[in-house]
Design a protein around this ligand. Sequence first.
Ligand SMILES: Cc1cc2nc3c(=O)[nH]c(=O)nc-3n(C[C@H](O)[C@H](O)[C@H](O)COP(=O)(O)OP(=O)(O)OC[C@H]3O[C@@H](n4cnc5c(N)ncnc54)[C@H](O)[C@@H]3O)c2cc1C
Length: 236
Amino acid sequence: MIRDKETLDHITHTIRNFVNDQLVPLEHWVAENDRLPEEIIEQMRELGLFGLTIPEEYGGLGVTMEEEVTLAFELGRTSPAFRSLIGTNNGIGSSGLVIDGTEAQKQKYLPRLASGEIIGSFCLTEPDSGSDAASLKTTAVRDGDTYIINGTKRYITNAPQAGIFTVMARTDPQNKRAGGISAFIVESDTPGITLGKIDKKMGQKARIPAMSSLTTVSCQPMRSSAVSRVLGSKPR
Ligand SMILES: Cc1cc2nc3c(=O)[nH]c(=O)nc-3n(C[C@H](O)[C@H](O)[C@H](O)COP(=O)(O)OP(=O)(O)OC[C@H]3O[C@@H](n4cnc5c(N)ncnc54)[C@H](O)[C@@H]3O)c2cc1C
């Protein structure tokens, strides 16, 4: 759905000019230097690109799916490294909070994701669990007011730059399928998190510090009040 064609045309035009004038000329430099210039990242923040899909009441632009696709076409005309930079904040790195976060969780994290102050990453895939995501092995065990999360996640986009992770972990060991899994917001400075090597991806140079890195995240085991931030009011 397009809510206001005039506004969308204006945003589309702004992004098209940004891509043509700023990003396309940088493509070779980005490929050779394997990073994005900080001034470009700052311009992306100023343009509101980190918060395209985040609701307006939390500082984003609140674009609809159709509007987002229109804008993605514009960003798709240049190196994917640029879109990867904003990709998780506009999707898997924020959508758990948008859909199922408590009001306090939304107030705490969404404005910072929308402004690009922090990056959100999504931790679902594991070394032995990809397409069949419901078979994941990471566990979260309640211990008083906190949870102890234990497991390894694989191919996590933007993990090295993340401020928060949405971590999927099994809270009901009796239920081996999706119904036994809960989502947690875990701050990246939580003790116990370690990152693996950066994965190389064909056609996506600018991994460091371009925020498009893929890597492994291990939580072995970690415990903190931050870990207790189950999305929504209670785990399954
Ligand atoms: C660029 C990139 C970024 C990613 N970012 C993230 C991220 O941020 N967070 C995250 O959690 N994960 C991320 N992933 C992981 C991604 O979600 C997984 O790669 C995906 O779920 C597939 O899992 P897999 O790689 O283990 O492949 P597999 O599940 O092992 O599949 C391998 C092949 O087998 C096929 N296959 C699997 N099951 C069946 C079946 N039942 N019937 C027929 N064919 C089947 C698949 O189609 C595929 O071709 C990322 C992956 C990539 C490539």
